[in-house]
Design a protein around this ligand. Structure first.
Ligand code: G3I
Length: 311
C-alpha cells in the first residue's frame, strides 16, 4: 500500500505533504505526490508576504497552482496560514491603530479564504501565537488587539468559508511543558467565548530519539474536544548521519504516525516535504540533516517504512 492509501484504509485518515509550484513542476516530485499522498499544504504560497505583499494587491498565482494540482489529482488541501508573525510584510507590522489592523485582517482573510471557498479542507487560521515560554507572542496582532485578534481571525474565516475546518497551529506541542499547557488553556478560553475553532495542528518538527512523549501530548490536545492533526512532521538527525540513525528514524516515524492513528480525534498526518534535498532544515539547522521520508535522489529511506507501518 501507499502512505495515504493505508491511512484511509485503517481509519479514514489522510497522509499529506507540503509543496509549491516550483517543486510541483518537477515530475520526480509530482509523481510521488500523486502516488503516495492524499493531502497538500502550500509550503509558502499562501503566506501573507506572498499573497498580499502590498496592501490590497492580492497575488494568488502560486496558491492557484497548488490548489489546481490538488483538485486535478483528488488531493485535499490544508490552507496555511492566515495570521502569522513571520513572513508578514512590513506594511502590516507598521500598522499602529487597532481599528485599521482589524479591517486589514478581515479583508486579508475574506479575500484569501473566499477565493478558495469549498476547496480547502482545513485552514491554519492562526499560527504560532504562543512564544517558547507559552506566553502570547508579542507581535503587531497581540500588541494592538490583545487575544481578541484570534477571535477576529476565526470569525472572518468562518464567514468566508463556513464548511472548512478552522485550526490553531503551533510547534513544541510534542511533550509536557508550559507551551502545551498554555495552548490547552487558550483553546479553553476560545471555546468558552464561542470562537468557531475545530482543530489543533501540532507541527511536530522533531529531533531523532526525542519522540517518546508525542502520543500522550497528542492525547492531551484531543482531550480539549477538538480534532487534532500532525501538520508539519519531520525528524531531523544530528550530523554526521549514520545507518543506525536512519534505522532509529524509521522507529521514530512509526512512533509518531501511530500516535495519530491510535487516536480517533486525530484525522491526519502531514510531513513537511518529500525529499531531504528540499527540506527547510538544511538552511535553518545546519548541524542537522535528512529529516524526511525520501533521500536526495527520491529513494525511499527506512523512515518511509516506519511511517507506513504506523499508518
Ligand atoms: O522566494 C524567495 C526568493 O525570492 C528569494 O530570492 C530567496 C532568498 O532567500 O528567498 C525566497 O524565500 C524563501 C522562502 O522560504 C521560499 O523559498 C525564504 O527566504 C525562506 O525564509 C522561506 O522559508 C520558509 C519558512 O517557513 C519561512 O519561515 C520555508 O520554506 C518553510 O518550509 C517554512 O515553513 C514553516 C511553516 O510555514 C510554519 N512552521 C515552521 C515551518 C518551518 O520553518
Amino acid at each position: 500500500g501507499t502512505l495515504d492509501g493505508t491511512m484511509k484504509a485503517n481509519g479514514g485518515r489522510y497522509f499529506g505533504t507540503c509543496s509549491d509550484s516550483g517543486l510541483l513542476s518537477q515530475s520526480s516530485e509530482s509523481n510521488l505526490i500523486k502516488a503516495e499522498f492524499g493531502q497538500l499544504t502550500p509550503e509558502n504560497s499562501m503566506k501573507w508576504d506572498t499573497v498580499e505583499a502590498s496592501q490590497g494587491n492580492f497575488d494568488f498565482q502560486g496558491a492557484d497552482v497548488l490548489v489546481d494540482f490538488a483538485q486535478q489529482n483528488g488531493k485535499i488541501v490544508r490552507g496555511h496560514t492566515l495570521v502569522w508573525h513571520s513572513q508578514l510584510p512590513q506594511w502590516v507590522s507598521n500598522i499602529n491603530s487597532a481599528t485599521t489592523l482589524t479591517s486589514v485582517i478581515q479583508n486579508h482573510i475574506s479575500q484569501l479564504v473566499g477565493r478558495y471557498k469549498g476547496k480547502i479542507y482545513a485552514w491554519d487560521v492562526v499560527n504560532e501565537v504562543l512564544d517558547d515560554s507559552g506566553n502570547m507572542r508579542s507581535d503587531v496582532f497581540y500588541n494592538l488587539l490583545g487575544e481578541n485578534f484570534i477571535d477576529i481571525a476565526f470569525a472572518a474565516a468562518k464567514a468566508a468559508d463556513p464548511d472548512a475546518l478552522l485550526c490553531i497551529n503551533d510547534y513544541n506541542l510534542d511533550g509536557p511543558g508550559a507551551k502545551i499547557d498554555s495552548l490547552i488553556a487558550l483553546v479553553g478560553r476560545l471555546k468558552s467565548r464561542g470562537v468557531p475553532i475545530d482543530c489543533i495542528g501540532s507541527q511536530s518538527h522533531l529531533i531523532l530519539g526525542q519522540v517518546g512523549n508525542v502520543a500522550s501530548a497528542l492525547r492531551r490536545l484531543a482531550n480539549t474536544g477538538l480534532k487534532v492533526m500532525i501538520t508539519e512532521l519531520d525528524i531531523r538527525i544530528p550530523k554526521p548521519v549514520s545507518q543506525s540513525q536512519l534505522n532509529q528514524q524509521q522507529q521514530d516515524y512509526q512512533t509518531v504516525v501511530s500516535a495519530c492513528t491510535a487516536l480517533s480525534p486525530c484525522i491526519g498526518v502531514t510531513v513537511w516535504g518529500v525529499s531531504d534535498k528540499d527540506s527547510w532544515v538544511d538552511s535553518t539547522f545546519p548541524s542537522y540533516d535528512d529529516p524526511l521520508l525520501w533521500d536526495g535522489n527520491f529513494n525511499k529511506k527506512p523512515a518511509y517504512y516506519g511511517a507506513l507501518a504506523g499508518a
